[in-house]
Design a protein around this ligand. Structure first.
Ligand code: FES
Length: 107
């Protein structure tokens, strides 16, 4: 069973500026807007304890601020060393002006 979780207002999201949210019962997540579509990944880098929201977004990639590892935001796939483990991603949707995820739907 999944539970819908409200993350943040759509109006808070701008290309290149992901928003960190700490939903109850989940690890921190990063919320991104890319060309009018919303994406949600785990916020903590899989290589260390860096917040990816402190990193550098370039279209659909996010570069970790610690060691420069890069991930694909849409798939969670690690693209550059030293990151070798994918980020959890959450299917996201917009409703009533907010971005939502389903708690049990991380991949
Ligand atoms: S902590 Fe993110 S690349 Fe090392």
């Amino acid at each position: 069973m999944t539970t819908s979780i409200k993350l943040c207002p759509v109006s808070d999201l701008k290309l290149g500026f992901p928003v960190r949210v700490e939903p109850a019962g989940l690890p921190p997540v990063a919320v991104y807007a890319i060309e009018g579509t919303f994406y949600v990944t785990a916020d903590t880098c899989t290589h260390g304890q860096a917040s990816l929201c402190d990193g550098y977004q370039n279209d659909d990639t996010i570069e970790c601020p610690y060691h420069g590892g890069v991930f694909n935001i849409k798939t969670g796939e690690p693209l550059t060393f030293p990151c070798t483990v994918a980020l959890a991603i959450y299917p996201a949707r917009e409703e009533a002006g907010y971005v939502w995820i389903e708690a049990g739907a991380a991949t």
